[in-house]
Design a protein around this ligand. Structure first.
Ligand code: XIL
Length: 313
């Protein structure tokens, strides 16, 4: 079959991956990256700790590498992420801020980072993971000091910094209909009513084998019906080890289901997997005893999951 990027393009969506700048020197990595994917998301390089490690001192070396590579290889770029509680330097999280100081810090970060790539990115994940599983707000430094309004403030700052990037809210465990996705849904509906500039919702899609929600398509559709685009932004489907052929077959079916759900929703613009190869996936580090969550194995051979994506596309 043709590469995923070509099959996806023919269906009017993109097929993307997370990419790590420190792997761009590995020829096999780059070969699969550029053959199969027409969208990239920097895995860590645009996060706050990478871009503004100390106050008002900005670092764009590794992010620029990814942007330059993508531009040279016909790949769109999803910027990830401007405001998030994790990989946030301690000068932000432990600062003794007043609301006006922290607003200034957040707006300065957004204007510098989004401003640097103005006109070059397809989208920004403006705010990442702001909700708890029960639908309440996560108590981050931004939430504690600024209250609920910080998310709208961040979106307005992002629009000002880069008027052409699509502005996304991004989160995990919102792929099905549940308390958390309901809370995000209500926020997006409110933003659309109030004129807060939001263009999309990203559903990360860090799934467990056999647990892709059956209402994924229905959930994507209800968000699309609010007038935003939707995307699967960080898909991986982790297998409880050891890997068996039966589990790889289940994973194939799971990936097919994810891609079919996106294709069935006209405002679903693409699917991004969270890495090129199982060799460098974050999964084994963070979920001990689980792994093999991506489309290519440790030797860059396509897995049954790859064929599942091809079948769906
Ligand atoms: C992960 C990266 O893959 C790891 O390399 C890093 O150590 C931690 O972050 N949700 C997100 C991503 O939005 O940014 C996270 O990426 C995975 C979970």
């Amino acid at each position: 079959a043709a590469p995923l990027r070509q099959l996806a393009e023919a269906k009017g969506i993109y097929f993307g991956t997370a990419v790590a700048a420190n792997r761009l020197g590995e020829s096999q990595y780059v070969q699969v990256l550029d053959r199969e994917f027409n969208s990239v998301t920097p895995e860590n390089e645009m996060k706050w700790d990478a871009t503004e490690p100390s106050r008002n001192s900005f670092n764009f070396g590794s992010a620029d590498q990814i942007v330059n590579h993508a531009q040279a290889n016909g790949q769109i770029i999803r910027g990830h992420t401007l405001v998030w509680h994790s990989q946030l330097p301690s000068w932000v999280s432990n600062g003794n801020w007043t609301a006006s100081e922290l607003t200034q810090v957040m707006e300065n970060h957004i204007s510098n980072v989004a401003g640097r790539y103005r006109g070059k990115l397809y989208a920004w994940d403006v705010v990442n993971e702001a909700f708890n599983e029960d639908g309440t707000r996560r108590q981050t430094v931004f939430q504690r000091v600024l209250g609920d309004g910080y998310i709208a403030t961040a979106f307005r700052a992002a629009r000002a910094a880069d008027p052409t990037a699509k502005l996304y809210y991004n989160d995990y465990n919102i792929e099905g209909i549940n308390a958390k996705s309901n809370a995000v849904y209500n926020m997006v509906r409110q933003f659309k009513q109030q004129g807060v500039p939001i263009d999309g919702v990203g559903f990360q899609g860090h799934f467990i084998l056999g647990q892709v929600p059956n209402d994924l398509q229905q959930n994507l559709q209800r968000f699309a019906d609010l007038g935003v685009e939707v995307a699967l932004t960080e898909v991986d489907i982790r297998i409880p080890l050891p890997v068996t052929s039966a589990k790889l077959a289940q994973q194939r079916a799971d990936y097919e289901k994810v891609v079919r759900a996106c294709l069935a929703v006209s405002k679903c613009v693409g699917v991004t997997v969270w890495g090129v190869t199982d060799k460098y996936s974050w999964v084994p580090d963070v979920f001990p005893g689980e792994g093999a969550a991506l489309l290519f194995d440790d030797n860059y051979n396509p897995k049954p999951a790859y064929d599942g994506v091809v079948t769906a596309l």
